[in-house]
Design a protein around this ligand. Structure first.
Ligand code: MRU
Length: 344
């Protein structure tokens, strides 16, 4: 992301330190945070200081490198222990598991000092591959968007959700830089408001015309003919093409189908799970009910405000599954696929 003319990657490995954009402080304050221990790195993933499938994967890769570099004793034992800690942070984003497995697979067959080198190389390759894939998704997807189009998106699958560029927003940024005038409807994305807080902020940095709407406003915009296409990201894609993404995506896809509007999903190959045959087998994270019962984000006095009736239980499923039949095309680093692309 470019902030005040300076290019920032969302996740940077700096030796044994993991350097992150502090996302809960956005959009009102831009700051970076340096995570110096594996425990802190895992906590930053769990509490969503860093969030978004690609950024979670890159942070996990850097966390594995951190574990390999810090401490004493057998490197492989440290990596395996770190893998257990990191796997327990968030269950849905496939990129997390892909990153951990990539580092373990690189370290296991080698021994001695070569093992540490192999782990670090693999961690860096996960981070670089994420950035490269997102840039390629932008190139592949931008031709779908022509001058004057009005595009809807849900949640944040932009720069902040990856190391760089993003998935769903990458084709929009690319098309915008190619000179196309685009307009983006930004779903606010309750409960954590990734749309209102993060996507809108990113679009502002890049100068893309947009408006934030309540999640329940998009259907009427479609009915009024004000939406030409939808593009979202994905947290995990099953081999049959079913897509797990931020809660609310399924409703958007159903509305798009009802109004004959194309529904695109953009994701790097690292989001495709070769071991999950269909969406019902994807683990769906349920987060703390307080995220629903309170407005997410602090008021001027620094407090979270309760909005739900006191005493009423809240439920907070963080993701839903959109069946493949509602997806017009899957956009990956190797192109636009109108049938579910084989996973890896
Ligand atoms: O809970 P989050 O913010 O980590 O959720 C992930 C997302 O931002 C979205 O589901 C996104 O569309 C896919 S991640 C690139």
């Amino acid at each position: 992301v470019i902030v005040d003319g300076v290019h920032h990657r969302t996740v940077v490995r700096d030796g044994p330190v993991v350097d992150l954009i502090d996302q809960p402080r956005l959009p009102h304050h831009f700051a970076r945070i340096r995570s110096e221990t594996l425990e802190d790195t895992a906590r930053h993933i769990r509490d969503m200081t860093v969030r978004g499938a690609g950024a979670i994967g890159a942070t996990a890769a850097a966390g594995m490198a951190q574990a390999a570099l810090l401490g004493s004793g057998d490197v492989l034992a440290r990596l395996e222990a770190a893998a257990t800690v990191l796997r327990a942070t968030r269950p849905t984003a496939q990129n997390l598991f892909h990153a951990i497995d990539t580092v373990l697979d690189a370290a296991r067959p080698v021994s001695g000092s070569a093992r540490l080198e192999a782990a670090l190389r693999a961690a860096d390759s996960v981070i670089e591959a994420d950035a490269a894939a997102c840039a390629a998704i932008g190139r592949a997807g931008s031709p779908l968007f022509t001058d004057g189009m009005r595009i809807a998106t849900h949640c944040n699958a932009g720069w902040l959700a990856f190391v760089d560029w993003g998935s769903a927003l990458s084709p929009i940024y690319r098309a915008h830089r190619e000179g196309k005038r685009l307009f983006v409807w930004v779903d606010e994305t309750r409960p954590r408001l990734q749309g209102a807080r993060l996507t809108a902020w990113e679009l502002q940095q890049e100068g893309v015309d947009h408006a934030v709407i309540a999640d329940n406003a998009l259907a009427s915009r479609m009915r009024l003919g004000e939406v030409d296409a939808v593009i979202t990201g994905a947290d995990r894609i099953a081999t049959n093409g079913d897509v797990a993404n931020k809660i609310g995506t399924y409703a958007v896809a159903l509305c798009a189908r009802a109004h004959g509007i194309p529904f695109y999903v953009a994701a790097p190959r690292a989001t495709f799970d070769p071991t999950t045959p269909h969406g019902d087998a994807i683990p769906i994270e349920e987060r703390a009910p307080e995220e629903v019962g309170y407005t997410w984000g602090r008021d001027d006095a620094g407090a979270f405000r309760r909005v739900a009736t006191t005493g009423s239980p809240c439920r907070n499923p963080a993701f839903d599954v959109t069946p493949a039949e509602l997806v017009t095309a899957w956009i990956t680093e190797d192109g636009v696929h109108t049938a579910p692309p084989a996973s890896r």
